[in-house]
Design a protein around this ligand. Structure first.
Ligand code: MG
Length: 251
């Protein structure tokens, strides 16, 4: 793995599409959520002005931008409203892509998840903070890992659970990952893997990174890539990456 300053104009020659993970990359990590009976409260983060300008610049340089997150569409639209005219949103770990107001669904998880959902809702643990509203995956925020959740998911051969340090994402094996969604979206755009650069910071970005020609990690401990940017620091990982790309492409 090389530091980001080795990401030169030459390495970027074939890149046409840039994929950004959200939490830990475009905004700081951490979701504030509380659930009490039928009330769910959570904080919406917004992309900073500086990142809006950087993304606009990438767009001007002729690059396509895609944001790929485990979050739901309603939240991503709110977070990225100012850059929606030149950004597509792939949400809930590659399930669907919002592209210019149209939805391209990559996965139908309904029949796989409908049985497990009520079982998970019945789990009682002081560690559980709440279920984040989602359409295609199940996300349970917890203070720490909850064995009972893992045990219930392990009863289903076709389902997986990923613990990212603050929540469990539960989805369908092989057909529901950021990588699966990216591969389908690349095909839709008639692009190839070598045209794609992706940056992520967490376990659910593994498949995403693997499906990109140029792989960037913002957390070397959790994710391997060709290049790395530091997670902790004054600047967000996406800030450092965009700075480097803009510098190289405007040389
Ligand atoms: Mg992340």
């Amino acid at each position: 793995m090389q530091p980001i300053n080795y990401l030169t104009k030459k390495v970027l020659t074939n890149i046409k599409l840039i994929i950004f993970d959200v939490d830990g990359v475009l905004v700081p990590r951490g979701t504030k959520i509380e659930q009490k009976d039928n009330w769910t409260t959570f904080e919406t983060k917004r992309i900073a002005k500086k990142q809006i300008e950087q993304i606009k610049k990438l767009h001007e340089l002729g690059l396509l931008i895609n944001i790929s997150s485990g979050r739901g569409l309603y939240m991503l639209q709110d977070m990225f409203r100012e850059i929606l005219p030149f950004t597509s949103l792939t949400y809930e770990n590659g399930s669907v892509t919002w592209f210019d107001g149209n939805l391209i669904q990559h996965t139908n998880s309904y029949k796989y998840l409908r049985e497990i959902f009520p079982k998970l809702q019945k789990v009682s643990s002081k560690h559980i903070k709440g279920f984040e509203p989602k359409e295609f995956i199940i996300t349970i925020h917890c203070h720490g890992q909850v064995r009972q959740i893992e045990d219930i998911v392990s009863e289903y051969d076709n389902l997986y659970t990923v613990w990212n340090g603050e929540a469990y994402d539960i989805g369908v094996k092989n057909i529901q990952s950021k990588g699966y969604g990216l591969t389908a979206f690349i095909k839709h755009l008639k692009l190839k893997k070598e045209n794609v650069l992706a940056i992520g910071d967490n376990h659910n970005d593994k498949e995403l990174i693997e499906c990109a020609g140029v792989k960037i990690t913002a957390d070397k401990d959790r994710l391997k890539g060709d290049f790395y940017v530091p997670l902790e620091g004054e600047l967000l990982p996406a800030d450092l990456l965009m700075k480097q790309i803009i510098k190289e492409l405007t040389k």
